[in-house]
Write a protein that binds this ligand. Structure first.
Ligand SMILES: C[S@@+](CC[C@H](N)C(=O)[O-])C[C@H]1O[C@@H](n2cnc3c(N)ncnc32)[C@H](O)[C@@H]1O
Length: 212
């Protein structure tokens, strides 16, 4: 669902130092955005930003880039970030379909948190773990591909496992109840809502080795 527009939304987004303009300017040199050579992790669909902000605070030696397609959503993450002084996080208001125009073999880990499930078969290509997207991701990773997914939606979870296997991924971890695992976890907004309702969270950590 598209949230209502915030007053001055465009100014808030365009004037934030946390926002990177959508262009190929930093393609292959994303490190320049951070001024160091620390590893770069990417989140697709940052929503209101709780996860990426929590991760950036917890792991100051990792750089985080978050992308979000909806401007009325990313503006909420920008507003939260503007309250912080974090040097290791940047956001981009763009669709993941365009990732290959922006990123070139630079990412160590990709996070897909509570991605839209697109339950209808005719919309399957829009799922962020469809073959179309997995092919895009092949060109973003610095070496081995590494995807971490969390979702409440068991249909999307089963689909993701199937697609990842077809695409050559193997699993470090698969869990149907993240809260009962000994896994370092930063909560997202959706995750907080589902956990309050007592729902279980599905989790996978998948890798595809480059030399295979
Ligand atoms: C269900 S929300 C989850 C938000 C957040 N990750 C969380 O867990 O609370 C999914 C978010 O992904 C964004 N999104 C969906 N498809 C996207 C795409 N192709 N590129 C970038 N963002 C996308 C949506 O706009 C939405 O904000």
């Amino acid at each position: 669902m598209r949230p209502r527009r915030i007053k001055n939304q465009d100014e808030i987004i365009n004037e934030s130092s946390y926002i990177i303009e959508v262009s190929d300017k930093y393609k292959g040199k994303l490190h320049e955005l951070f001024g160091n050579n620390n590893p770069i992790h990417l989140e697709i669909g940052v929503g209101k930003g709780d996860f990426i902000i929590g991760m950036a605070k917890k792991y100051p030696n990792i750089n985080f880039i978050g992308i979000e397609v909806q401007d009325s959503v990313i503006v909420r993450a920008v507003k939260k970030l503007n309250q912080e002084e974090l040097t290791n996080v940047k956001l981009m208001n763009v669709d993941a379909k365009k990732l290959n125009d922006i990123v070139d073999h630079e990412i160590e880990v990709l996070y897909l948190n509570f991605s839209d499930p697109w339950p209808k078969k005719r919309h399957a290509k829009r799922r962020l773990t469809s073959e179309e997207f997995l092919k895009i991701y092949d060109n973003i990773f610095i070496k081995d591909a590494h995807i971490i997914q969390k979702t409440d939606n068991i249909g999307l979870f089963a689909y993701s496992i199937e697609e990842l296997v077809k695409h050559g991924y193997i699993f470090n971890k698969v869990s149907l109840d993240l809260a009962n695992e000994d896994i370092d976890n930063v909560l997202t907004e959706y995750e907080q809502k589902f956990m309050k309702k007592g729902e279980r969270i599905n989790y996978l950590d998948a890798v595809k080795f480059k030399d295979k």
